[in-house]
Write a protein that binds this ligand. Sequence first.
Ligand code: HEC
Length: 147
Amino acid sequence: MKPLKTIVTAIVLSTITVLSFTTHSDELTSPDKRISLGLTATEEVEFLSEMRQMLTSIQGILEGIGEEDRVKIIKSARYSGNRMANETPDSIKKKTPGSFKEIGGSTHMMFEELVIRAEDDDMETLTTFTSDLMKKCLACHAMFKVN
Ligand code: HEC
């Protein structure tokens, strides 16, 4: 009994040592310093699909500005506004920290603001606003990664 117990203890201890060493060295050597959201594979698919929709929105907005097509700008911006925020699965919302929600929430709000602005603002102002909106994309991308 005793030798077996000793062997088991030794295995457990060495496993813990290896694991903690791995984690530790990963943190020290990883060149990627962004905060991980720790999403599951399914959540990642959903999340990244929302991201690609936001890129589609930006493309549509710029196309709309180029063509002075207010309806196209409004339709494209609406796609990534509050509707998208409400459709984000709860399991993902639970995992995201406050700083992430702050940037994410204000990004969706800016898409909603663009929907309203697109009714009257001139195209130059809309371009500047879209560029400001995209600073949110950059800020969040610099800070977070999915896993
Ligand atoms: C609140 C945070 C946040 C905001 C705001 C944000 N993103 Fe992202 N986005 C992410 C994260 C996290 C990833 C995954 C990065 C990784 O894991 O390397 C990502 C990935 C992406 C991807 C890659 C999708 C894929 O299939 O791999 C695209 C495209 C993208 N974002 C577009 C945008 C655009 C356009 C905006 C602004 C209109 C935006 N994102 C705003 C957090 C954000």
